[in-house]
Design a binder for this molecule. Structure first.
Ligand SMILES: NC(=O)c1ccc[n+]([C@@H]2O[C@H](COP(=O)([O-])OP(=O)(O)OC[C@H]3O[C@@H](n4cnc5c(N)ncnc54)[C@H](O)[C@@H]3O)[C@@H](O)[C@H]2O)c1
Length: 270
């Protein structure tokens, strides 16, 4: 899909990958609506991009509907919806130790928000024969994030929902890209643009945004900003026992070499 003149909503657009996507889409000629919990930061960025901002908690269906209304009032029917908002809390102890509120929030933010956007937009997009969903999942949605079972499970569900969207609606003119990066230097892992040189495989938010733009323009389903993820995913499917053995070795290394906030430092190991 071409980006010039398109009406776009970006959730979690006030920071990190979402903010970089907003900048890249504006540069490509789109009109952006930045929807975020953090209205102040969303407004500041929107102003610099001649766009609009809206306070939005993506875990609430009415808030997604409201963000779409704000975008449509400013820029016309939404052509591209970028479901990017996300978070990572880790698990305090064993694999089931995160409390139910944390599991539910992971499910709402990483999966249901994608469902809410599709539910609100699909009927009109199908009628127009055109529309695009960019769903930011994670390499954890194809592999696993050691130390955060809720994040891993819900990112897998996000990839699966994106597949369902594509299978059901691609032939009605609806495009879907699911974005599956490994580690990106953003506040989510306590880093920023100045930290990209800390590890070889660490990307900047701008690097990921460039892959997103390319993914939309080429209408590519699976977008892997870290290309090596394709090989890991293939290895996981081809020989699950061997892949799990490798993951256990990686976990043992993390237990030996990383500090208490190991989730934030995992980028040092991959
Ligand atoms: N940074 C990484 O290493 C990495 C790797 C793979 C995938 N991702 C995914 O990329 C996406 C963006 O993450 P990021 O790294 O840019 O993080 P970030 O913390 O820099 O930005 C996340 C943004 O989402 C917003 N947000 C969080 N919960 C929200 C909610 N309920 N409603 C609305 N907005 C909400 C935050 O206010 C923030 O502006 C997430 O889905 C994350 O899981 C990140």
């Amino acid at each position: 899909m071409k980006l010039d003149g398109k009406s776009v909503v970006i959730t979690g657009g006030a920071s990190g990958i979402g903010a970089a996507i907003a900048r890249a889409m504006h540069a490509a000629g789109s009109r952006v609506c930045i929807a975020d919990l953090n209205l102040e930061a969303a407004e500041a960025l929107a102003q610099s991009l001649s766009g609009v901002a809206v306070a939005c908690d993506v875990s609430e269906e009415a808030a997604i509907q409201n963000a779409i209304s704000v975008a449509e009032a400013a820029h016309g029917p939404v052509d591209i919806f970028v479901s990017n908002a996300g978070f990572g809390r880790g698990q305090p102890d064993h694999a089931a130790s995160a409390d139910n509120d944390t599991w539910n929030l992971n499910w709402q933010v990483h999966v249901m928000s994608h469902v809410y956007a599709a539910r609100a937009l699909l009927p009109a997009m199908i009628e127009r024969g055109e529309g695009y969903f960019v769903n930011v999942a994670s390499a954890a949605g194809l592999l696993n994030q050691i130390g955060d079972a809720a994040y891993s499970a819900t990112k897998h569900a996000a990839v699966s929902f994106a597949e369902s969207l594509h299978i059901t609606h691609r032939d009605q003119g609806i495009g879907v890209s699911v974005i599956c990066p490994q580690y990106v230097a953003t506040p989510l892992i306590g880093l920023g643009d100045d930290d990209v040189d800390l590890a070889e495989n660490l990307l900047s938010a701008g690097d990921v945004a460039a892959c997103v733009i390319d993914g939309i323009q080429t209408e590519t389903f699976r977008v892997l900003p870290h290309p090596q993820v394709a090989g890991f995913a293939t290895a996981r499917t081809a020989d699950p026992e061997r892949w799990l053995q490798g993951m256990r070795m990686l976990k043992a290394k993390a237990d030996r070499e990383l500090s208490g906030s190991s989730l934030l430092e995992f980028y040092k190991l991959v």
